[in-house]
Design a protein around this ligand. Structure first.
Ligand code: CO
Length: 443
């Protein structure tokens, strides 16, 4: 066949074979309908930070469904009820393939839109719809996002210690395990607590007592000793573990704007991979001041709940890594849009990936991270035990400083509902953090 005739037949001109219409494809996406939206709350770890809110979108095609993660620690049952009462009725009978249109519909639906409850619910629906779309296409979700831009995802793990030596030992253990990037956190003298440091025996006991009584545990925090201690931790680590290993740190918003500036300048000589959550996300102007005074790379975004939150930080290039949580910001759809907004500024992705969001989000993180051009690093929780592996069929696999996922259709993860039902919701109020004089302070 000559070239002209081949082209004519491929596009159906001149009586050649026509490509089948979508509606003639066996999976008939044009005729798909959502028949149910089910919410499953499970806590396979039976721990304080382990309530997962899972959402299953079912269709009129036998065996075709999608799973999403709508976990929002601190508001779990609020999200579950919102999904069942306010989003589910608007989805029944709709075509699950019209993902963007459904996303927009559900975003505008409650009128008083956005916020962590609404956006976590929408994130779960979004993931489930991408899962369905991948299954219909017979492809992993990353293929629908443009295909792999890389084979594996650089990851990091956290070390917390009550003193410099404990942190150093933890760093050495992780280096031996192949980690190239390590997050380091330390207690400050005179403070019993700290963000991401192991609790003392007394704290452990008082937290357990608070949970038993159904009240929130409380911790006392003073930013001064922490600000004086942190630069010395990095000085110690650079002297003992060397210059090669990449180190990062999470301030977790626990300092004042001026203290954040002092810290970003003080840690500059130790070349951090990034400096995370230096101030409360509301203090936008502080980012500009930090930027003007320090070259320490900044990371921000894990509590943002949409593509507009943090937009100023992106378009003004006031951060280096964007850390939105795909379970709270609007799912894969929002994640890829945020990544695209960051690309022209050279801002890289570092999606939030702690152990208190389910493996479904960790799979969603991996699909987006594998495909976007401006990937930086992917946080991943490797510490899950047997019950989590019993409930979830898959999760990213760690090896030599990176994570990978298997090439399966959709998100590549299923949920064992019978197992999930064995691990019910557990009420565990989050700790309240207070200054020494009783003032409430960011966690
Ligand atoms: Co953080």
């Amino acid at each position: 066949m000559n070239r002209r005739r081949f082209l004519a037949s491929a596009i159906g001109v001149g009586g050649g074979t026509r490509l089948p219409l979508y509606s003639a494809v066996s999976r008939s996406p044009a005729n798909l309908k959502i028949t149910d939206v089910q919410v499953l709350v499970t806590n396979p770890m039976q721990s304080a930070a382990g309530n997962f809110v899972l959402v299953k979108v079912l269709t009129n095609q036998d065996g075709l469904y999608g799973w999403g993660d709508a976990t929002c620690t601190g508001s779990e049952l609020g999200v579950a009820k919102f999904l069942e009462e306010h989003l589910r009725p608007a989805m029944l009978g709709r075509n699950p393939m019209r993902l963007e249109e459904l996303w927009q519909t559900l975003f505008f639906l409650p009128y008083y839109r956005s916020g962590s409850v609404h956006m976590s619910a929408l994130s779960g629906i979004d993931m489930a719809l991408w899962d369905i779309k991948g299954k219909v296409a017979g492809l992993p979700v990353y293929e629908l996002l443009g295909g792999k831009t890389r084979d594996r995802l650089l990851t990091y793990r956290s070390v917390g210690g009550r003193n410099y030596q404990e942190v150093e030992e933890g760093v050495r253990r992780l280096m031996a395990d192949g980690y190239k990037v390590i997050k380091v956190q330390v207690s400050a003298p005179g403070l019993e607590s700290g963000y991401a440091v192991p609790p003392s025996a007394r704290q452990h006991a008082s937290t357990a007592k608070a949970f038993e009584a159904g009240v929130a545990p409380s911790e006392v925090w003073e930013p001064g000793p922490y600000v004086r201690t942190l630069p010395k931790l990095f000085e110690h680590l650079r002297k003992t573990v060397g210059e090669e290993i990449e180190l990062l740190h999470d301030v977790h918003e626990r300092v004042t704007p001026s203290q954040a500036i002092v810290l970003a300048k003080a840690v500059e000589p130790y070349r951090l991979f990034y400096f995370e959550d230096p101030v409360r996300p509301e203090h936008l102007d502080t980012f500009r001041t930090i930027r003007q005074q320090s070259s320490t790379p900044l990371a921000m975004g894990e509590i943002y709940t949409g593509q507009w939150d943090g937009l100023y930080l992106i378009t003004e290039h006031l951060i280096d890594y964007v850390r939105h949580d795909l379970a709270h910001c609007g799912g894969i759809t929002t994640g890829r849009k945020i990544a695209a907004m960051c690309e022209p500024y050279g801002i890289l992705t570092a999606w939030h990936g702690p152990g208190n969001i389910s493996p479904v989000t960790h799979m969603a993180n991996a699909h987006v991270s594998l495909s976007v051009p401006n990937f930086g690093i992917q946080e991943f929780s490797v510490g899950w035990g047997e019950p989590v592996r019993e409930v979830f069929s898959a999760m990213p696999a760690y090896s030599n400083g990176s994570i990978t996922i298997q090439d399966r259709v959709g998100l590549g993860i299923d949920v064992n509902e019978a197992s999930a039902k064995k691990y019910p919701y557990l009420r565990r109020l989050r700790p309240t953090i207070r200054r020494d004089d009783g003032t409430p302070w960011p966690y």
